[in-house]
Unconditional design. Structure first.
Length: 103
């Protein structure tokens, strides 16, 4: 089974062909083709390429959808001061389907 580890948005993802992954928002339209050239590791069966050996490898994906994630709440509190505050946000995300790994 071949898989790759690539970097996107400061995070690393381990993917195989056909996987669906959710990454931080990419500036692509739905149905567009995305290519990730920052591949950290490629495994093709038993052969593993890491670092400079994996240079030139790419991970290709298709953008399935752009959406907002679940709301994340953070509660701030200072004891004995009467201070409390609730803040939250919803992250913008992109869902990708991995179409190929080229070593």
């Amino acid at each position: 089974m071949s898989y790759a580890i690539f970097k996107s948005g400061g995070k690393q993802y381990r993917v195989s062909q056909g996987d669906v992954v959710v990454v931080d928002k990419l500036a692509k339209e739905e149905g567009a083709h995305a290519v990730f050239s920052e591949v950290l590791m490629v495994s093709d069966g038993g052969a593993i390429k890491i670092g400079t050996e994996a240079k030139g490898a790419t991970v290709e994906a298709e953008v399935i959808s752009q959406y907002k994630g679940e709301k994340v709440l953070a509660y701030q509190y200072r004891r004995r001061k009467g201070y409390h505050r609730t803040v939250g946000h919803r992250s913008h995300l992109t869902k990708l389907k991995i179409t190929g790994i080229k070593a």
